[in-house]
Design a protein around this ligand. Structure first.
Ligand code: FPP
Length: 249
């Protein structure tokens, strides 16, 4: 039976985050340049987004470019930015048809002006869509995000907008780039690497982690459904005992 048919509709995670990894290795295995892998990876972005929307996931966050990725060869960085601009611009109609709202987290000011502008335009053009929110993490790193949050909290204390005793989980969350989104229940990483790589460190506190050997360009709808199926077979206890969970059902 296909994994999609095994998924329990009422227990679909509302937010899935994905570390899309393995584009470079996929291309190199084929004797091609790494950029060929990133281009092929765009199709997997479509597959993951369509699959997520079909099972009514409400938020899909994709780690498209990390702060550390700026250290890659200039040729690769330029090609990735170019690919992003082209994809975001050419996909707007399709996003609108599918009811996808585009959002971005990360250091927008570090992006090339053309890329920033394309993102702003696509965000605006899709702002009223309600089926699913696609959150692209671009020039993003979690330590950067948390450091910024701490700076803003310190400033707001200095300016007497908040008092130190008001600081709690919810307040910290509200200072993060992800303030308007729920935490992901499921984090997927492709390509066999078992690391978080500076991605959503605060937000994945209680997320289920799912690692697959599949390289990102080979990731298809069925792979996402398999991850959701595995997620549903796990018990999420949030520090409680199994018995306590049963009592609360
Ligand atoms: C990781 O593979 C992938 C990236 C750093 C870029 C992801 C970008 C895309 C899939 C294309 C554009 C995306 C959107 C949202 C339009 P890697 O290069 O680190 O692979 P490797 O570990 O095999 O070297």
């Amino acid at each position: 039976m296909p994994f999609k048919d095994k998924i329990i509709k009422e227990k679909v995670p509302q937010h899935i985050a994905i570390i899309m990894d393995g584009n470079g290795r996929w291309a190199q295995q084929k004797g091609e340049h790494r950029i060929y892998g990133h281009t092929a990876g765009v199709e997997s972005v479509r597959e993951a987004l369509t699959a997520a929307a079909e099972i009514k996931v409400k938020y899909l966050t994709l780690y498209a470019f990390s702060t550390e990725n700026w250290n890659r060869p200039k040729e690769e960085v330029d090609a990735l930015m170019d690919l992003l601009v082209k994809t975001i611009t050419s996909e707007v109609d399709s996003l609108n048809k599918k009811g996808v709202r585009l959002e971005v987290i990360g250091d927008m000011d570090s992006l090339p002006p053309g890329c920033k502008q394309a993102l702003e335009e696509s965000k605006k053009a899709t702002a009223n869509n309600t089926n699913i929110t696609l959150i692209l993490a671009l020039s993003y790193s979690s330590r950067w995000e948390i450091t910024n949050a701490i700076k803003k909290i310190a400033t707001d204390i200095e300016e007497k907008k908040i008092a130190p005793k008001e600081i709690n989980d919810a307040l910290v969350s509200s200072y993060l780039n992800t303030a308007n989104f729920p935490d992901p229940e499921l984090l997927i990483r492709t390509s066999g690497e078992c690391r978080i790589s500076n991605f959503l460190l605060w937000q994945v506190a209680y997320s289920e982690l799912y690692f697959t050997e599949v390289l990102w360009p080979d990731f298809k709808k069925e792979n996402l459904y398999e991850a959701v199926y595995q997620f549903q077979s796990r018990e999420r206890r949030f520090g409680k005992t199994s018995e306590q969970l049963l009592e609360n059902e």
